[in-house]
Design a protein around this ligand. Structure first.
Ligand code: 5RP
Length: 240
């Protein structure tokens, strides 16, 4: 595990947000574990609680998080065995004042949305750099079935244009140049639309396209956002 003291102020903020979220964890809870560098700190906190004897049962939102949690000895389950969770804690790529999110920078948006939606509460942990007045600075990830990908890409482009979003969805590739494949075996189209004038309309338009598995707009999903910076944490929404 990394040292609790971090020289990187952004990472220190992520740890602070994760530690605050860990205060919400109670014995016997069924937890959803998010994905990404911020969620990783939360999983570390959960690992410490388990090591101290707390009885918890967790569902990871990605294979990476599953591996981290398993290495920490965190008891894991699935949504098939445990379909109702008490709390999911996850990071975000962007959030606006209405607690709407763009997620999927790490490619885990599908499982993240399924797990968050199975939870009584989703609490987001983040640093202040992810805050925007209007969503769209971060390219919106859209998970698509590989079959018919170019046709789906054009559908997305046209549907987005109808709700005021212009931009060419780009197929995500890994650093090695190979097409990125999600944990569920799909591809991701990153949509650099710029400011999204109507996130709800875009979400509905994307959800209606055959071939789109899920999009990274999380609307009405987050109950609260714990935002950290060097001066401490700030809570948006209701933690309880
Ligand atoms: C992964 C996600 C992550 O939550 C998001 O990318 C934020 O990651 P990080 O905490 O590393 O900035 O949506 O699919």
């Amino acid at each position: 595990m990394d040292s609790p003291m971090s020289a990187d102020p952004l990472d220190a903020a992520k740890r602070l947000a994760a530690a605050r979220a860990a205060e919400l964890v109670r014995p016997g809870m069924r937890l959803g574990l998010g994905t990404g560098s911020t969620a990783k700190h939360f999983v570390d906190c959960v690992g410490e609680k388990v090591r101290a004897g707390m009885d918890l049962l967790c569902v990871p939102t990605s294979e990476a998080t599953r591996a981290q949690a398993a290495a920490l000895g965190i008891p894991l389950t699935t949504l098939d065995e445990t379909p109702d969770l008490d709390l999911t804690v996850d990071g975000t790529d962007e959030f606006d004042p209405e607690l709407r999110l763009i997620k999927g920078g790490g490619g885990a948006l599908l499982r993240e949305k399924i797990v968050a939606s199975a939870s009584a509460r989703m609490v987001v942990i983040t640093d202040r750099s992810k805050e925007v007045a209007r969503l769209g600075r971060f390219p919106l990830p859209v998970e698509v079935i590989s079959f018919g990908l170019e046709a789906t890409r054009r559908h997305i482009e046209r549907a987005a244009a109808r709700v005021g979003c212009a931009g060419t969805p780009a197929l995500r590739r890994g650093r090695d140049g190979h097409v990125f494949v999600t944990d569920s075996g799909n591809s991701i189209l990153d949509c650099a639309f710029g400011v999204i004038p109507d996130p709800e309309a875009l979400a509905a338009a994307l959800a209606a396209i055959p071939g789109v598995v899920e999009h990274g707009l999380f609307i009405g999903v987050a109950r609260a956002i714990i935002v950290a910076d060097a001066s401490g944490v700030n809570i948006r929404g209701e933690l309880a």
